[in-house]
Design a protein around this ligand. Structure first.
Ligand code: PEP
Ligand code: MN
Length: 344
């Protein structure tokens, strides 16, 4: 990783650095953070001659060679000062709340529109709504392209940025073209490296943010962070990690709640951690406790399923969506826990 002395290289400087690395069969990938850019050397970067020539340039501070399987996402990376901003929130400095329905019901668009207004009122900064759904059962409702228009209409009416999950290249294309602000990678695709690469390439040069869920079957923590590295090394560092519970389940819950991995993630990566309590516990009555625990563990935000009338929802909504009143209470209490734990 090449670290310039200033916040970023000028086009001429980048050209000079690029021509050096190309002599050694490598390429440069620019990663644009908010306060600075770093320049990844793609290819075999070990040549001492190449490194010496780059480090000898007057505008280069150093070549960083932190020994990490995820050089960009590592907590010691020069990208660690990168700030993700969405919905008026400077993530990591302020609590981020993403909320909305699991699934948009194209037959009942009004529920989603009402939910959008209600979650905004309750304190959400980003509206979530599933257009396409990864369902365990192939006969369950799989989502509908028409729901994208409902998502966008809710965004227009409320002014909230929106989040939706993509499962393949076609969804990704439609979501990016529609200007979806936050793309979700669900638990089933968290280790789908070709999709992660496609997302990285599709959002490079844009302000799009990715919410990367933890795979239900994900093993070591490094595997989670490395999945984020797959996206970020295309140039857009706006990736947030989302623990959402793992398998096997803790009896009585939908998954094995994993908000407690937050401090372990934070020791190794600068990526914001946004916990999803809804899929962790799988039942509306348990969502509040899991949310508050997540914030106590140091999470930067929450992604909560909410619905104005959960019983009339589809997908996960009848089981695990909280009502707007409950969401408001969770947000208030989460802020209190945040204040308590961040003040020490
Ligand atoms: C969802 O957010 O509705 C969802 C399907 O999430 P996960 O991929 O975590 O199961
Ligand atoms: Mn869901």
């Amino acid at each position: 990783m090449i670290i310039p002395k200033g916040p970023r290289l000028t086009p001429e400087q980048l050209h000079e650095v690029t021509s050096i690395v190309e002599e050694f069969g490598c390429r440069i990938q620019t990663i644009n953070g908010t306060t600075r850019s770093v320049y990844a050397i793609l290819g075999d970067e070990r040549s001492e001659t190449m490194r010496g020539r780059i480090e000898g340039l007057p505008y280069i501070d150093r070549i960083d060679s932190i020994q990490s399987p995820f050089k960009l996402m590592d907590v010691r990376s020069d990208l660690a000062s990168h700030e993700i901003r969405i919905g008026g929130v400077a993530v990591r400095r302020q609590l981020l709340v993403i909320a909305g329905q699991c699934t948009i019901d194209p037959k009942n668009p009004n529920y989603f529109i009402e939910t959008a207004h209600a979650v905004k009122e309750a304190g959400a900064h980003v509206l979530r709504g599933g257009v396409w759904k990864p369902r365990t059962n192939p006969y369950s409702f799989q989502g509908d392209n028409r729901s994208m228009e409902i998502l966008l209409e809710a965004s227009r009416q409320t002014g909230l940025p929106v989040n939706t999950e993509v499962m393949d290249e076609e969804h990704l294309r439609l979501a990016v073209e529609a200007g979806v602000h936050m793309i979700q990678v669900g638990t089933r695709n968290a280790l789908n490296y070709s999709l992660l690469r496609q997302i990285g390439a599709a959002i490079a040069g844009r302000s799009t943010i990715v919410l990367l869920k933890r795979s239900r079957h994900m093993g070591p923590i490094d595997e989670f962070i490395s999945a984020a590295e797959y996206i970020v090394n295309f140039g857009n560092p706006n990736v947030m990690l989302c623990p959402r519970g793992t398998m096997p389940t803790l009896e009585g819950y939908r998954s094995h709640p994993d908000e407690s991995i937050t401090p372990l993630l934070k020791e190794r990566t600068w990526a914001p951690v946004i916990v999803d309590p809804s899929h962790s516990v799988g039942k509306a009555t348990y969502v509040e406790a899991c949310s508050l625990a997540a914030i106590a563990y140091g999470a930067d935000g929450l992604c909560i399923e909410a619905h104005v009338n959960p019983a009339k929802g589809i997908g996960d909504d009848p089981k695990q969506s909280v009502t707007p009143d409950t969401l408001r209470r969770i947000v208030e209490r989460a802020r209190a826990v945040w204040a308590l734990t961040r003040s020490t």
